[in-house]
Design a protein around this ligand. Sequence first.
Ligand code: AMP
Length: 213
Amino acid sequence: MNIVIIGAPASGKGTQSSLLANKLGLFHMQTGDLSRELAKKNERIKEIVESGKLIPEEEMTMYVLDYLHTKKPDLKNILFEGFPRFISQYEALEAFLKSKGDDIDAVISLDIEKDEAVRRISSRRICENCSAVYNLLTNPPENTGLCDTCGGKLIQRSDDLPESIEVRFQYYQDNTKKLIDYLDEKGKLIRIDAARPIDTIFEDILAKLEANK
Ligand code: AMP
């Protein structure tokens, strides 16, 4: 089963994707992490990612397909987080999977209002060492400023800073929102209210996936 999770910045994509990948035994394809890795070796990509913009749509598709070719060549049982974000990326992924006899089985949209997302983003911290994610309000570390797992320093992602947040929402509005409307029209979308506690959202996703079978 191949599943896609899309949603606005801070809609909880990362949290729900990890839970889901664990529960269903899926390979977790996270394009945010892949982009941050690429940014370490490429100044142009670093500037794009840190400012909250999106990597050009076809270029990102190429990185994703390359990555899968190396890490998950059978293309089965993948959870895509943050990809596709454009209609063109969706169509390319769908065509690619179909050419290998597979498909996108479900697309989950985590729906959240911008105010709530911005509130979450401002309290999000990540470990600069192991990338574990914390929220100062809902999931704080035991020791202020330090990661529970590895003791690394907790920092704000550069694209979580106020100037980048606006850019990310604009890109979401201009691109991903169009993909969501497109999939909604096709009846392909599972819509989830993401402004609820983590466990409630997760149970809702599992129930809706079951009903979607
Ligand atoms: P995320 O952690 O999912 O918010 O992604 C962080 C950043 O990675 C984005 O702001 C983009 O710069 C880049 N990125 C991730 N997924 C995509 C995608 N599907 N298309 C273009 N850029 C992406």
